[in-house]
Design a protein around this ligand. Structure first.
Ligand code: DGL
Length: 274
């Protein structure tokens, strides 16, 4: 008999909370395990091999804690590890479990969102170099142009809890000016790193008025709901007691501070070694 379990949500650090928050809003009864590999973040500047290795460790950890479905709530891991895990590892580990990412649902949402057919993408250097967004959007909407800009400073700002100060503002404005300065027709912006919504108030202050900023968390949540409707065999294997457990590879106190503010409820994480 197949055993039910929570939905696993994985990120290199705090970013996946922006996905968990929205998924939880849409599917509040489900149980969740959040795993942030804060000790080894950022992933965005790491090699393909290392991101794959770390992500696979995390997926196996979440499987061992009973998750039958794991969401890679991390664009970098989705770009660099998802396909290998789905195609190479899952059949050997357990073909009945599932690992899903955040890039495909975001790419699907682009067609309706942009009028000018010119889209901006802020993401980690790893995600930009992988060209995953260009490829996914290109397959679905060949008429849409994607203008990418890597923001290597943004994740460290979040991981070091430096989100709301003039220093953070300086780097955010600099990257926004650089992208929008050379592509004035961009009408829609993808925050292609799950950490970036934690910098949203500053981002909103600096983007040109009228720019639509996609909510990747909401898009992922709606897409997951739809997925579960289409896959009752997975839906059935999710426990539903409305609980969220948090694990971090860093010191839990630091994690709890930011996670509690962001989730709007007290968070008590446990430390874990991957
Ligand atoms: N939050 C992750 C993403 O969506 C990765 C950030 C990082 O660790 O560099 O890309």
């Amino acid at each position: 008999m197949q055993i039910s379990g929570p939905i696993g949500v994985f990120d290199s650090g705090y970013g996946g909370l922006s996905i968990l928050r929205e998924i939880h809003k849409h599917l509040p009864q489900a149980d969740y395990i959040y795993l942030g590999d804060n000790a080894r973040a950022p992933y965005g500047t790491r090699s393909f091999d290392l991101v794959y290795e770390f992500t696979l460790q995390a997926v196996k950890e979440l499987f061992s804690r009973g998750c039958n479905l794991v969401i890679l709530a991390c664009n970098t891991a989705s770009a660099k590890a998802l396909r290998s895990i789905q195609q190479r590892d899952l059949p050997a580990i357990d073909p009945d479990r599932r690992v899903l990412g955040v890039i495909r649902p975001t790419a699907e949402a682009i067609g309706q969102a942009t009028k000018s057919r010119s889209v901006g993408l802020f993401a980690t250097p790893g995600t930009v170099a992988s060209q995953s967004y260009d490829m996914e959007i290109g397959k679905l909407y060949p008429d849409v142009e994607v203008h990418s800009h890597a923001c290597p400073m943004w994740v460290p700002l979040v991981e070091n809890l430096e989100t709301n100060n003039p220093g953070a503002d300086y780097f955010i404005k600099k990257d926004i000016d650089s992208l929008f300065g050379s592509h004035k027709d961009i009408d829609t912006l993808i925050l292609g790193c799950t950490h970036y919504p934690l910098l949203l108030s500053s981002i909103e202050r600096h983007v040109p008025k009228g720019t639509k900023i996609l909510n990747q968390g909401e898009i992922t949540a709606i897409s997951l709901k739809d997925y579960l409707k289409r896959h009752p065999e997975i839906n059935r294997r999710i426990t539903r007691n409305g609980t969220i457990q948090y694990f971090t590879t860093e010191h839990p106190d630091k994690f709890n501070t930011l996670a509690s503010v962001f989730m709007g409820r007290p968070v008590e994480a446990n430390k874990i070694v991957l």
